[in-house]
Design a protein around this ligand. Sequence first.
Ligand code: DX5
Ligand code: ZN
Length: 220
Amino acid sequence: MNPKLIAPSVLAADFGNLQRDVEMINNSEADWFHIDIMDGVFVPNISFGMPVLKAISKHANKTIDTHLMIVDPDRYIQTFADLGTNILTVHYEACTHLHRTLQAIKAAGMKAGVALNPHTNINVLEDTIQDIDLVCIMSVNPGFGGQSFIENTYKKVSALKEMIVQKKANTLIEIDGGVTDQNAKKLTAAGADILVAGSFVFKSENQIETIKNLKAIANS
Ligand code: DX5
Ligand code: ZN
């Protein structure tokens, strides 16, 4: 079985000490950088944009996993490729022509991800799952860090895992929102491959240790 991965969400970092926090992730057992881009339209919050991602990319030495919470994401696919994104995730709810968007992401040299809001059933991906490298199941309503985990997520993970196996797809499952050492094991046991963690990592005393422990629990 593939090892389960940890992707700290930079949204919860200290932006006044961004380079320090990026280096912390570089030096930890974390696998990916999770980058949350919000536009204040698709979600009721604005996070940060291209100049900040450029600064992060300059120092980050691990996979950059960019989560776009924006309307009409097609406008920025090439921009995010140029900024060093390795995996670009768009929201199912923000794409009118999802299949076309996925092809455009791959044509720009990135892996293609699709995020689902808590209210969106996984069945909507039945006809595209073979074209999707990663499905990000939102376990909170997107827009803010530090929210509590929605329990219905476990059921969605198992159902999605079943769909992936049945369709012989090569899709990874990522969980985003409210991940802690309390739900990590249950999520990976249900089929999750990557756990995003913002507040749980950055609000802890010893962030390197927290990442290490979370990874051990996810893989236990
Ligand atoms: C929420 C973002 C998440 C967020 C997770 O809209 O997509 O990536 O940073 O933060 P925590 O782990 O604090 O819920
Ligand atoms: Zn995210």
